[in-house]
Design a binder for this molecule. Structure first.
Ligand SMILES: Nc1ncnc2c1ncn2[C@@H]1O[C@H](COP(=O)(O)OP(=O)(O)O)[C@@H](O)[C@H]1O
Ligand SMILES: [Mg+2]
Length: 397
């Protein structure tokens, strides 16, 4: 079993850098995802691993073998696309057997391997059907069986579930994880859907404008985003900007502009050492904030703000509150437990207290910019930088 090493790979389409100096090591047997908004270069990177695109710069290794210049058919990889690309005039059985037939594998072996693959994807009783007679989910299963029958070392999946409806997608995600466990090979999974990537992957590479901006296990990216882009693209977050006014052993103090001439101060633990006077961003996940009409007991390691409820959205498992603090808007998720503070539901325009633990304020050494991050989910910072090229992050959500 061999790892895939992507070294400083770049791909330029007529002066447009679709993939920009990507370095990644994907471990053998991993279920690894490329996650990012539409147009960030995921497919191009995947196609370079498959051999359908040639990089201008960099190398790709599988184990010790440099595969950068190998044609696709000589690489130990196989690709599954969103549109299934099954042969419409062939039955399920023939579609799956095709790769073995052209390699002139003896018929008894073909029969046993096709039946093993159809069993793996739970399509053994559909083998006589044609693609037009099957649902999207079934076609995708056949495509998986066909891709795996040649025993590739790596399976590449480019948004394989994008054409399916939500329930089926959730079901197929679990199936894919089971198939991955059963075959034990490396899967590289491309998606713009952070929920898919988070739930399925051992590790995720977050991509933005051709670059990998962060790679790690899903919980690491969610809890410890390395950039505003990571914090904002994965899950929901509040971005609070402020100036460092004090540094203690275990936490820093930030002075934050509420946008109406007033300021509040919050504390945050830190994972890099900022300087007094520096401007920073804090990412604060909505579910980490407690909300109550009663003022919490003052404690050293708890941040407390007073605000007013502007919006309430009932979401079944939890309620989302938009709470204004000065001109800032905080998004807060509150689960429907009635054991903590209030027995009666909070109401519109009600004055409330927001509070959260210092360790839940996650520092990011960067300032947000309006074009890319303006939305209700952020606390609007007093000053924004300019960005030449803004991309619509929500475009494909
Ligand atoms: N063959 C091509 N010729 C020119 N531009 C391309 C080509 N393929 C992709 N691009 C551009 O490269 C960028 C990255 O595309 P792609 O890798 O398909 O992104 P993603 O899969 O993340 O949506 C896009 O701006 C796209 O328009
Ligand atoms: Mg794509």
């Amino acid at each position: 079993m061999e790892e895939i090493r992507i070294q400083n790979i770049s791909k330029d389409f007529d002066g447009f850098l679709a993939v920009d100096g990507v370095d990644l090591t994907i471990r053998s047997g991993e279920l690894f995802s490329f996650l990012g908004p539409s147009g960030c270069g995921k497919t191009t990177l995947l196609r370079m691993i498959a051999g359908f695109e040639t990089p201008q710069r960099g190398n790709i290794f599988i184990g010790d073998e440099d595969i950068t210049d190998l044609p696709p058919y000589k690489r130990p990889v196989n690709t599954i696309f969103q549109n299934y690309s099954l042969f419409p005039h062939m039955t399920v059985w023939d579609n799956v057997a095709f790769g073995l037939k052209i390699r002139k594998v003896p018929l008894p072996e073909i029969q046993s391997r096709v039946s093993e693959m159809l069993q793996l994807v739970k399509m053994e009783d559909q083998s006589a059907k044609y693609p037009a007679q099957m649902s999207g989910g079934q076609k995708q299963r056949v495509a998986i069986a066909r891709a795996l029958i040649n025993k590739p070392k790596v399976l590449l999946l480019d948004e394989p579930l994008a054409a399916l409806d939500l329930k089926l997608r959730q079901h197929m995600l679990i199936e894919l994880m089971n198939i991955h466990d059963a075959v034990g090979i490396t899967f590289i999974y491309v998606t713009h859907d952070q929920g898919e990537a988070m739930s399925i992957s051992d590790r995720v590479a977050v991509m933005d404008k051709g670059k990998v901006v962060q790679a790690g296990p899903p919980d690491d990216i969610y809890e410890r985003p390395a950039s505003i882009f990571s914090a904002y693209f994965i899950g929901e977050t509040n971005l609070i900007t402020g100036q460092v006014i004090g540094i203690e052993d275990e936490y820093i103090q930030l002075r934050c502009n509420m946008g109406d001439g007033e300021f509040f101060e919050i504390d945050s633990t830190f994972h890099f050492r900022p300087e007094v006077g520096q401007q920073l961003t804090v990412s604060l996940r909505p579910e980490k904030i407690a909300i109550s009409r009663n003022k919490p007991r003052i404690q050293d390691d708890i941040n407390v703000l007073k605000g007013s409820i502007e919006d309430i959205l009932y979401l079944g498992s939890h309620t989302q509150y938009i709470v204004t603090v000065g001109k800032l808007k905080f998004r807060v998720f509150s689960q429907h437990k009635r054991v903590y503070f209030d027995d009666t539901a909070l109401d519109w325009d009600e004055e409330v207290w927001l509070f959260w633990h210092d360790t839940d304020s996650w520092l990011i050494d960067e300032m947000p910019d309006e074009a890319a991050y303006a939305s209700e989910s952020m606390v609007h910072p007093p000053r924004f930088g300019k960005r030449e090229q803004s991309r619509n992050i929500a475009e494909e959500q």
